[in-house]
Design a protein around this ligand. Structure first.
Ligand SMILES: [Mn+2]
Length: 431
C-alpha cells in the first residue's frame, strides 16, 4: 500500500528546492572535516536515516499542569486526528514512523481498522500504554488508594484485567510490548507498608506477565514521585530492575529521563541496566526541576548525548535481545505539539549522531591507560560537532523537509485544522 501522507508532496519538494544548494555545501564541508578524522560521512548518514523514535499519541494534544490546560485551536480531538498529526510530523521529519498508543484514551471500536488507517498514513504502532492511575467513567473500583498494589483484591484484579486488555489490543495493532507505569504509593509516612505494597506489585505484574505472548516485552517504568508525594512503589531503577529480574526475561525496564532526582547520573543507570540485559526502552524528554516533561534537549542536550554515548557502547557489546524502544514522552503546554515533536526528534537524533562520531578506539585506549583528559576530550570533540547537515541530508533522502519547522509553518496545517476540527476540552495526558 502506498501511504497517503497528509501534506502535498509538491509543497515539500518546493521547500527543499530552496534549501538544497546550501545543504549540499554544508554537508560537503562537514564531510571533509569528518574525513580528516577517518569518519565516512555517508556511513553516519545511513545510520541516522535508519534511526527512529516513537511518538506518544498523548503528545500531539496540548498538555497542561494541575493548574491549567490551555487548549490549542485545531488540536486533535480523537485517535484518528492524533494519527493525522503524527503523520505530519513523520512526513516532514522522517524520524518518527511509529505511534505509542494509550488506553483507554485511544479506545476505538475496531483496532484492525485503526492499524490499517495508520498504515495508510505511513505509520505503525509502538508499545501500548496502560492506565491505572486515574478513574474512568463507569469503573467499578476506584484507584484512589492504588491499582496493581491496592490492598483491595478486586481493585488489583481490575487493574490486571485492564493491562491484559491492553495486550489484546496491542496484538491487533501489531505491536509487541506494553509499558506499565503506576501512580501507586503513599502521601503520608505510615500510610503504606513498603514491603507489602511491593509484594502486591510483584503478584499483580506476574499475572500480567503470564498473559504476554511469546515475543512480547513488558516494560516497567519507574518514577520517583507524583502523584504519590511521600513514597512511590516503583520509585527508582533499583525497584524497577529487581521487579524485572523477579518477573523473568520478558520483563525489562523503561527509563523516562524526567523520572529521577535532580542531578542523578542517568547515563550510568543506562550502563547498569544494559549490563544485566534489562534495558527495555526510553521515554525522552527534558527537565529542570522534576518530571517537567519539557522538550528533549531543551535544557540539557549534553545529558542526552551522554545517554546515547552509553547506548552506542551497548550496541558494541550487545546482550541477548538488546533492542531498546525509543519513545518521546513530553507535555507540550505552550507550543504547537507538532513543532515540539519535530524539534525534539531532531534533538534526539542529533544526540545519537554525535554519539556515533565518538572515536571509540581512542576513547577505550584512553580509559584503559587512565588518560583522563584525552578520554574527556574524545567525547567532547564528538559532542561539539554540528551534525545538522547529516540530519537534514537523511531527511531529504527519505522524502522529508530540509527545514521541518519552516516547512510546517508554511503548510498552514494548524490553521486549516482549526477550521475543520471541533474545539474541545478533551485533555491530553502526562505519563
Ligand atoms: Mn514516561
Amino acid at each position: 500500500m502506498n501511504p497517503q501522507m497528509p501534506l502535498p508532496i509538491e509543497q515539500i519538494e518546493q521547500h527543499n528546492r530552496k534549501h538544497t544548494d546550501a545543504l549540499r555545501d554544508d554537508y560537503d564541508s562537514l564531510g571533509r572535516q569528518l574525513d580528516r578524522a577517518g569518519i565516512a560521512i555517508e556511513a553516519i548518514t545511513a545510520r541516522v536515516a535508519a534511526f527512529d523514535v516513537a511518538i506518544p499519541s498523548w503528545g500531539v494534544g496540548r498538555g497542561g499542569t494541575r493548574f491549567a490546560r490551555f487548549p490549542l485551536a485545531g488540536e486533535p480531538t480523537n485517535v484518528h486526528e492524533k494519527l493525522e498529526d503524527c503523520a505530519v510530523i513523520n512526513q516532514l521529519g522522517r524520524a518518527t514512523p511509529r505511534v505509542s498508543p494509550h488506553f483507554p484514551w485511544d479506545k476505538t471500536a475496531d483496532y484492525v481498522a485503526l492499524r490499517e488507517e495508520a498504515a495508510h498514513l505511513g505509520l505503525a504502532f509502538d508499545a501500548v500504554n496502560s492506565n491505572t492511575f486515574q478513574d474512568q467513567p463507569g469503573l467499578q473500583h476506584s484507584y484512589v488508594t492504588g491499582s496493581l498494589c491496592s490492598t483491595v483484591a478486586a481493585t488489583r484484579a481490575q487493574a490486571v484485567e485492564h493491562n491484559i486488555e491492553c495486550i489484546d489490543i496491542g496484538k491487533q495493532l501489531g505491536v509487541n510490548a506494553i509499558t506499565v507505569w503506576i501512580g501507586d504509593g503513599a502521601n503520608f509516612p505510615g500510610q503504606q507498608n513498603f514491603t507489602r505494597a511491593y509484594d502486591r506489585y510483584l503478584e499483580s505484574t506476574a499475572e500480567i506477565y503470564a498473559a504476554l505472548p511469546a515475543d512480547w516485552h513488558m516494560m516497567l517504568e519507574h518514577k520517583m514521585y507524583e502523584p504519590a508525594f511521600y513514597a512511590t512503589v516503583i520509585q527508582d531503577w533499583g525497584s524497577s530492575i529487581l521487579a524485572a529480574q523477579h518477573l523473568g526475561p520478558k520483563a525489562k525496564c523503561l527509563i523516562d529521563l524526567g523520572h529521577h532526582a535532580p542531578n542523578v547520573n542517568i547515563e550510568q543507570i543506562v550502563a547498569r541496566m544494559h549490563r544485566f540485559g534489562k534495558l527495555g526502552g526510553f521515554h525522552f524528554n527534558d527537565s529542570k526541576y522534576g518530571d517537567d516533561d519539557l522538550d528533549s534537549g531543551s535544557i540539557n542536550p549534553h545529558q542526552l548525548f551522554l545517554v546515547f554515548n552509553e547506548l552506542v557502547e551497548a550496541e558494541l557489546n550487545p546482550l541477548a535481545g538488546f533492542d531498546p524502544a525509543y519513545m518521546i514522552d513530553q507535555s507540550h503546554n505552550v507550543t504547537d505539539p507538532i513543532e515540539s515533536m519535530l524539534s525534539s526528534a531532531e534533538e534526539i537524533t542529533s544526540a545519537f549522531a554525535k554519539a556515533l562520531l565518538v572515536d571509540r578506539q581512542k576513547l577505550h585506549a584512553a580509559q584503559d591507560t587512565n588518560d583522563v583528559m584525552l578520554a574527556y576530550q574524545t567525547l567532547r570533540r564528538a559532542y561539539r560537532t554540528d551534525v545538522r547537515p547529516i540530519l537534514a541530508m537523511a531527511r531529504l533522502q527519505k522524502g522529508g523537509a530540509i527545514e521541518p519547522l519552516s516547512a510546517y509553518r508554511a503548510s498552514g496545517w494548524r490553521a486549516s485544522k482549526a477550521q475543520a476540527r471541533l474545539s474541545t476540552s478533551a485533555g491530553a495526558g502526562i505519563v
